[in-house]
Design a protein. Sequence first.
Length: 265
Amino acid sequence: MALESQVATVKLDSADLGVDSTPTAVLDRVSLVLDTFDGPGRLTLAQIVRRTGLPRSSAHRLLERLVSMRWLRRDGRDYELGMRLVELGSLAVHQDRLHTAALPLLHELYRVTGFVVHLGILDGSDVVYLEKIGGRLAAAVPTRVGERRHAPTTALGQALLAFESQSTTHPQRARIREAGVAFESGSGLAGFSCLAAPIGLPGRAVAAVSICGPTKALRNDHISAAPVRMAASAIWRAIDGGSHTVTPTLQRRQLLRNLPTAARA
């Protein structure tokens, strides 16, 4: 069923839900319910009612409608995100030009280093993970595609914040700009260290790539940093030579122009 048809179905049932029948009001409530699933795991009706503030009967009818549309899945009394949302989210990510350009290079970075590889973008004060690659080690690193984390607590976020135009007066960010990589150990992901490099130019980094592994195995040195820097440069060149607009799915529009000749080599 097309997305427009599914929204229309929700609209038609709005009277039964005991809510305002305007499309905006219905979508607001659908969004409110879906936003309660902000992490892994399932939620009960009682938990959803408590988080949303919706009347129990209205919440139940809305949940059951979302289940019938495959936006949610019900297992007994528990609800979780459904396959239709997974399908739409996957389609959005894989249509993204940044993700398409980066994916083979992320796999190569994992092959070379053996560490978990992340691709992330800055969205406000958060980093959003667009991709995660890492074989068996990936299961041990508590991150997931689509997850948000406060940017300063992650190597990805620190790398992106350092390459913002207003970061020149921030001592730590200035050091990251000079080194070309950001390193974070233990505070963001307990027991793990991450090393990240920005993708783009100073003041215009559109994304960042990182490697992440056990703190005892990943060091902040040239040997660890070199393949990450190389991957970031290769991804930048792969985005049509950095000469076009890139609009990641979860990131506001940014223009990527005036790439220096040396960077095209």
